[in-house]
Design a protein around this ligand. Structure first.
Ligand SMILES: [Zn+2]
Length: 331
């Protein structure tokens, strides 16, 4: 059986042969798909040992100056400029470290990095190193939001199960989210970490007034979702997307179901949701769906929590649907 190997350009980015018409104003414009491509190979050169150690041995290497003893990670110098270019030698450092700055988080990545977003990117000083290494950062507690990883946070290096010898083969998570033996384990892999059961934020108890308000808001949420589902432009935003979402809010639980280009609201949430959304105030979600502020902003501002980091993509689609409905009303 032939093995389908991943391509440098993922197939979903490769357009089909053909043409289509786009109408702008009242004029029809014909658009045809074409291509221009350049592939290239590059060598990791004298950094090969570092990348081979990452890929094959799950080791993190630095270079140690033979004179001053400074350990640089990654080992980007074969000779120390501080010591009249004394040679350095490769040494292994520990796979735990400390953030030396608070990392920015990328939510809206370019197409090249969309499949790994949202991610933090920051510099870590690993134990045994004197310099900081730039690395990707994630959390196992659901969506990555500001405050989870900051300057001084102790982090653990984690290896992807499939490695090609690149900086994206590794990333860090807060050590506090792991068990002691995982922190101590050398070459801890992504698959050895539990990503599926992050602790949900607790919801405050609902008063009778909250319950009454919630009932009313849910009616509005349902109406907005039904409007989205009638809107062709909005339906396009969820083409080929399938998600069963369990929404938990103060006073109620319900489901949002996306599939076959449809979106629907149901009072019964899915038993096995693709992800869970928790927002104390149901109005937060309603406002987002009704295009009064973005849901993505509510996620970033910690008003709405989602159980899986990568599902930020789905949140982004819901925002697009809201925008599509708003635009249809304008035009
Ligand atoms: Zn030196």
């Amino acid at each position: 059986m032939a093995i389908e190997r991943e391509k440098v350009i993922p197939s979903q980015y490769i357009p089909e042969v053909g043409s289509h018409v786009e109408t702008i104003g009242r004029k029809r414009y014909l658009i045809t798909n074409d291509a221009m491509y350049t592939f290239y190979r590059r060598t990791k050169g004298e950094f090969s040992d570092f990348f081979l150690a990452l890929r094959d041995d799950k080791k993190l290497l630095g270079c140690k100056c033979s004179r001053c003893g400074l350990v640089r990670v990654p080992p980007f110098l074969t000779h120390c400029p501080d010591c009249n270019f004394a040679p350095t030698k490769l040494v292994e450092v520990k796979q735990v470290g400390v953030m030396n700055s608070t990392p920015p988080i990328t939510y809206f990545a370019t197409s090249l990095f969309q499949h790994i977003a949202p991610y933090g990117r920051g510099r870590v000083v690993f134990k045994g190193a004197d310099t900081a290494m730039s690395t990707l950062l994630y959390t196992t507690t659901g969506i990555l939001v500001p405050g989870i990883i900051r300057k001084g946070t102790k982090v653990k290096l984690v290896f992807n199960d499939e490695r090609i010898g690149d900086m994206t083969d590794v990333f860090c998570v807060p050590a506090a989210e792991l068990r002691k033996e995982q922190i101590e384990q050398k070459g801890l892999q992504r698959s050895e970490i539990d990503w599926e059961s992050p602790a949900e934020p607790a919801l405050p108890p609902a008063s009778d007034a909250d319950l009454a308000a919630c009932r009313e808001i849910l009616g509005e949420v349902k109406a907005v979702i039904e409007e989205m589902n009638r809107n062709e432009r909005a339906r396009k935003d969820i083409a080929a997307w399938k998600r069963d979402i369990l929404v938990k809010t103060r006073g109620a639980q319900f489901g949002i179901y996306i599939g076959d280009g449809n979106i629907r609201f149901e009072e019964t949430g899915p038993a096995a949701p693709d992800f869970v959304m928790v927002c104390a105030d149901p109005r937060t979600l309603l406002d987002g769906l009704a295009y009064r502020g973005a849901i993505t902003d509510s996620v970033i501002n910690k008003k709405l929590w989602i159980s899986k980091n990568m599902e930020f993509n789905t949140i982004f689609k819901l925002d697009r649907m809201a925008r599509s409905v708003a635009r249809s009303k304008k035009s």
